[in-house]
Design a protein around this ligand. Structure first.
Ligand SMILES: Cc1cc2nc3c(=O)[nH]c(=O)nc-3n(C[C@H](O)[C@H](O)[C@H](O)COP(=O)(O)O)c2cc1C
Length: 187
């Protein structure tokens, strides 16, 4: 797949087929993520790969419950689906796989680097016919003591980008893009 094609076709996928993703493919996606640029080439990232669909569902359930309890669900509703936080809702959309990109340094630069890596990972998924979605609303729970324990994180690891991955069930529509504010400086 050509790069522009992948950039245009990639969508936030919120409905998945249940089939597990081959761990070898997930390993390739992580490899692609590591090709991203980072400040001073520090590569301040680590990856937690969850390849067992039931484990992804369990994590999603805990993250959803935490979001319900927090009362901040409404803030994320525009990011999710109309039934967000309804009884059946799972923040990880019943995706069969999850990769959490974590920062291994403090500070905003490391988070930017992780976002670069996450985008590369999502484009690499698109390239092999897999869908993905960055589920930022799960980040607060993943960063909590309980979430960190569930991911087995070391003290220096901070979850930045939870990316669910799997074969898409259907073709999501593009929400479109705004016309960018754009200024040219020509001289
Ligand atoms: C930092 C970030 C956080 C996001 N959080 C969520 C989320 O919690 N739930 C969700 O369904 N989508 C989430 N998304 C996906 C966006 O809603 C989606 O990318 C956007 O609507 C544009 O759609 P597109 O990716 O299909 O072009 C997030 C995306 C980013 C970059």
């Amino acid at each position: 797949m050509k790069l522009m094609e992948a950039l245009k076709q990639r969508r936030a996928v919120r409905e998945y087929l249940p089939d597990p993703v081959d761990p070898a493919v997930l390993a390739e996606l992580v490899e692609a993520a590591c090709l991203a640029p980072s400040h001073m080439n520090t590569q301040p990232w680590s990856f937690v790969v969850v390849s067992e669909p039931a484990a992804v569902a369990r994590l999603g359930h805990s993250a959803t419950e935490a979001l319900r309890r927090s009362g901040h669900g409404a803030k994320w509703e525009h990011e999710t689906t109309p039934d967000a936080l309804g009884a059946e809702f799972n923040l990880f959309y019943r995706a069969p796989a999850l990769v959490v990109v974590c920062a291994t340094q403090t500070g905003g630069m490391a988070e930017m680097d992780c976002a670069m890596a996450a985008h590369s990972l999502m484009l690499a998924a698109e390239n092999v016919g897999l869908g993905s979605c960055w589920v930022g609303s799960a980040q607060p729970w993943l960063a909590s003591r309980e979430g960190r324990e569930a991911l087995g994180l070391d003290a220096d690891e901070r979850p930045v980008a939870p990316i669910v991955i799997g074969a898409p069930a259907g073709e999501p529509l593009s929400p479109g893009r705004l016309k960018p504010q754009l200024r040219w400086i020509r001289r």
